[in-house]
Design a protein around this ligand. Sequence first.
Ligand code: SAM
Length: 286
Amino acid sequence: MADNEQWFTEKCEEGGNAFGLRIKGKLHEEQSRYQKIEVYETTDWGNLMVLDGYTMVSSLDNFLYHEMMVHPALFIHPAPQRVAIIGGGDCGTLREVLKHPEVKQVTQIDIDERVTRVSEQFFPELCESNQDPRAELLFIDGIEWMQQAEAGSLDIIIVDSTDPIGPGEVLFSADFYRACQCALADGGLMIQQSESPLIHQLIIQRMYRNLHDSGFSDVKSLFFPQPIYPSGWWSATLGRKGAAIEGFREQDVAQRNFETRYYNSDIHRAAFAVPEFFRKILEPQS
Ligand code: SAM
């Protein structure tokens, strides 16, 4: 590393590892009511948003995360019309949901409006669907909104939250999962970003326990690469109400009228393949 180069580095204390991107400089910094928000211009990965020192989204690799947080769950569901996104302030998840013509209404509830306003300025490509008439953006605590949601009123819940610390911690609680399970219609699915399968196994075990205890009849995880997150290998965990998490609308995937850069039927199937070590960490949970 030439000594006149600048780098942004995130240290993952619990993993004893770090991730860095070479940067040209810092484009933005502010302290919102909930978190510190920074945006860097990198030399090779586009812009990088960081919340409280943790990487959130980069221009180069966010498609991996946003596509895998949305398309598997929506193609498993037979008719995903009513969607809620908890968190998701950068709006990349919202953009992917709105590609689905079956979706009639999507409400995004992020606690911090500033994340969305900063994303509109530095990640406009992620916010290109924000004016879609089917979309509603609210800025309140996700658990408060979910606890007031009408029972059986949702087909899909996507929890695109920060890590289980700070304002995001409540979104990994049994109380929140019970509220989600109640708000889902029968056959509905919840999917939540569930950290690194390599480093955060205790968090994932706790999620499985809380999801099962909250009345979800089936719980499964899917895996995908996400270079800017700790270990570069990420997961999302799904809970389904009153049905098994199996099968998907494969013909609809093949005939979809929108582009994806990572997700397709092969990726859908492969993402749900369970690594042997992961099977073992879940044994006490299932
Ligand atoms: N892709 C990122 C990841 O995996 O870490 C998450 C992206 S998104 C920017 C995370 C969002 O969760 C932030 O905008 C944050 O404001 C929001 N958030 C955290 N706690 C929340 C809560 N209790 N209710 C609603 N949104 C919350």
